[in-house]
Each structure stands twice: as structure tokens, then as C-alpha cells.
Design a binder for this molecule. Structure first.
Ligand SMILES: *[C@@H]1O[C@H](CO)[C@@H](O)[C@H](O)[C@H]1NC(C)=O
Ligand SMILES: *[C@@H]1O[C@H](CO)[C@@H](O)[C@H](O)[C@H]1NC(C)=O
Ligand SMILES: *[C@@H]1O[C@H](CO)[C@@H](O)[C@H](O)[C@H]1NC(C)=O
Length: 326
């Protein structure tokens, strides 16, 4: 009896204490108010600090955009046949699914008009055996081409590829060419991006291409895409997106999967990634490589993950710097 009444009281007490607690919550007393406002203040300060931290971080990122460019991976959205005998050195998209291509190697150098869909060579101009074809670009109805280890370039008629003119340029060598329609951009295997007047063929400006303070050497095939100059970096699976205003690298596109995929399929005779073309009307980006059996249409995706220091340098600049691979 006693024990049962005790337990009953306990239960009552419990209930009354919980009742008094809930009544306290619904009618807070001044000290609790202070506690709550203190907690709230701490929370507010925390929020302010967090916001400041995030925005200063964003500000830093914006300010240092030239030293921390965006990294892109690629998605293959289309594959087209490509002449596996073409040692691709220059690639241009014209219109109506037509490409112009310049190929290298002594005795095998050509300028050609290629159908995108089936890779068929529609028109071909074979070069003299003493020339090694390099970069190519199209301005109006003229194709400009430079050649390896010489300062000699050629201008061809785009419709029949007949040689229109021979010229001499002022770069150290002839590697890559591109255009925005007015200015010609050139590369010569160094870290210099040249601006050339297509009328006079004189160098009007040049920028040293730099990434994180390192010069980006071996600039190869070029393409002008939406205000930027994109460059294959010879001996790497990387394309640099370059500001032609100051030579800074705005982004890196990583494409190792293309070469590795071809090797896995047994194409062991392929050479490096080279050749970028842009269809400005349909905004399509095409890439291929020297002696590659395939030309790829790609889309870019910014990579979210953070790369450790020096990883991008090792991947994209390794042919010219020693980053002491750890
Ligand atoms: C950006 O950073 C540089 C050096 O890191 C500094 O000199 C410059 O004042 C900064 N610019 C702005 C707008 O914060
Ligand atoms: C591309 O195709 C259109 C429509 O068929 C034609 O009018 C135009 O001349 C073609 N352009 C070239 C360069 O062949
Ligand atoms: C190629 O086209 C140009 C310009 O239309 C013309 O002057 C030249 O004679 C043509 N060459 C050949 C070999 O047909």
C-alpha cells in the first residue's frame, strides 16, 4: 500500500514537474530571455563570421583567378572517323560539317578539306617534300599555314586549296595558328603567344603564357574560342585556355582519357593529342591527335575536386619543367 502510494506520488511529482517545466517554457522568466538572446547573439556573430569568411574566400578566388584557373574534364558527345595517316598539326572547322586540316611529317605533309561526318578527304594539296606542315587558320577565303623549323608560311585558296602565296613570318618557328577573324594568333613551341597582322604578316604583339608563375612552354595547335585562345601543350593531354590579353591561363582542360582509350583499344601507333576546332555556329568543340583514328566532339565539365599543389603542373607542363615528381 505504502509503496504504491509512494510510486503514485512520484508519478504525480514527475507530472507536476513536467507541467511546471512546460509552463515555464510558455511563460519564460527574464533570466531565460537573457540566456536565449545571448545564444542568439552568439549565433548571429557566428553567422556574420561565416559569411565574411565565405565572401572573402570568394573575393580571394575572384582576385586570384589568374593563378587558380578552372580545371575541366571532358565528355565525348560524338566520335567521327579521322585519317590515321594524318599527322594532325592544324585543324579548323569551316562550315557545313567541313574541316580543314594541315598534316606534318616530311614527304607526307598536306593541306586538306575533310568531311566531318565520315572523315573523307574531299580536296588535298600535297606539300613539297622539304616542308613539314604545321598550324593552319582560315580568314575569309584564305587558309594560312606555317611549317616546322622554317619561317616560311603558305596561303591557300580555301575552295580549291591552290597555293596563293608564300610568306615569311617573324616567330622563332612555325607551330600553331588561329584567328578571331581579324588578328592571327601564332605559336612557335615556346611559351609565347603571338599576335600577327594577316595583311602584313608582322608580329603586332606577344604575351608570355604563364600558369602559377611557370611559363607554359611547347604551345602547339591553337584555336580561338569565345574570346580565348586554346592551345594544345605538346607532349601532354592538356589544353590551356589562354587570355590573349595578358597570357594568363584561364583554365586547363584535361583529356588523358582520349589517348588512353585509343591505346586500350590497341591503337599503339598513335602520337600525341593535337588539333582543336570550333564550330562557332553550333558551338561544337572538336579535338583529335596525330595519327589518331578518331576525331572527338567534346563538352567540358568543371572539376569540383581540389587538386593538390603541383599536380596540374606535372600533368600539363611536365615536358618543360622538373616538378620533382613525388
Ligand atoms: C588582388 O591581390 C593582389 C595580390 O595578391 C593585391 O595586390 C590586389 O590589391 C588585390 N586586388 C583586389 C581588388 O583586392
Ligand atoms: C553551306 O551550305 C549552304 C546550304 O546548302 C550553302 O548555301 C553554302 O554555300 C555552303 N557553304 C559552303 C562553304 O560550301
Ligand atoms: C582556285 O581558285 C582561285 C580563286 O577562285 C583561282 O584563281 C585559281 O585559278 C583556282 N586554281 C585552280 C587550280 O583551280
Amino acid at each position: 500500500m505504502a509503496s504504491s502510494s509512494q510510486s503514485h506520488r512520484k508519478r504525480l511529482n514527475k507530472r507536476s514537474s513536467s507541467n511546471s517545466y512546460s509552463s515555464m517554457a510558455s511563460r519564460p522568466t527574464p533570466p531565460n530571455y537573457r540566456k536565449i538572446s545571448l545564444t542568439f547573439s552568439v549565433f548571429l556573430i557566428f553567422c556574420v563570421v561565416l559569411t565574411l569568411g565565405i565572401s572573402s574566400n570568394m573575393w580571394n578566388k575572384l582576385n586570384s583567378s589568374s593563378v587558380s584557373p578552372t580545371i575541366y574534364s571532358i565528355e565525348v558527345v560524338n566520335e567521327f572517323p579521322h585519317d590515321p595517316q594524318a599527322f594532325t598539326q592544324g585543324l579548323v572547322y569551316a562550315e557545313n560539317d567541313t574541316l580543314f586540316e594541315s598534316t606534318g611529317l616530311k614527304g607526307r605533309s598536306t593541306v586538306r578539306n575533310v568531311a566531318l561526318q565520315n572523315g573523307k578527304v574531299e580536296v588535298i594539296q600535297r606539300m613539297d617534300d622539304s616542308y613539314f606542315g604545321e598550324g593552319l587558320t582560315l580568314i575569309d577565303r584564305r587558309l594560312f599555314q606555317v611549317t616546322w623549323l622554317t619561317k616560311t608560311g603558305f596561303i591557300y585558296d580555301r575552295y580549291n586549296l591552290s597555293k596563293f602565296k608564300k610568306f615569311t613570318h617573324k616567330m622563332k618557328d612555325g607551330w600553331g595558328l588561329a584567328t578571331d577573324g581579324k588578328v592571327m594568333f601564332g605559336s612557335d613551341g615556346t611559351s609565347i603567344l603571338y599576335k600577327i597582322d594577316p595583311q602584313t604578316l608582322k608580329v603586332t604583339d606577344k604575351q608570355i603564357v604563364k600558369f602559377n608563375g611557370y611559363e607554359v612552354h611547347n604551345l602547339n595547335e591553337l584555336e580561338f574560342i569565345k574570346g580565348e585562345v586554346w592551345a594544345n601543350v605538346w607532349m601532354t593531354d592538356c589544353i590551356a585556355r589562354i587570355s590573349h590579353e595578358d597570357g594568363s591561363v584561364l583554365g586547363w582542360i584535361l583529356l588523358p582519357t582520349l589517348r588512353e582509350g585509343l591505346l586500350r583499344k590497341g591503337y599503339t601507333g598513335i602520337d600525341v593529342l593535337n588539333g582543336i576546332a570550333w564550330d562557332s555556329v553550333k558551338d561544337r568543340i572538336f579535338v583529335t591527335g596525330k595519327l589518331w583514328p578518331t576525331l572527338y566532339e567534346i563538352k567540358l565539365h568543371p572539376v569540383k575536386k581540389k587538386y593538390k599543389p603541383r599536380v596540374i603542373e606535372q600533368l600539363c607542363l611536365r615536358a618543360s619543367h622538373d616538378f620533382g615528381r613525388a
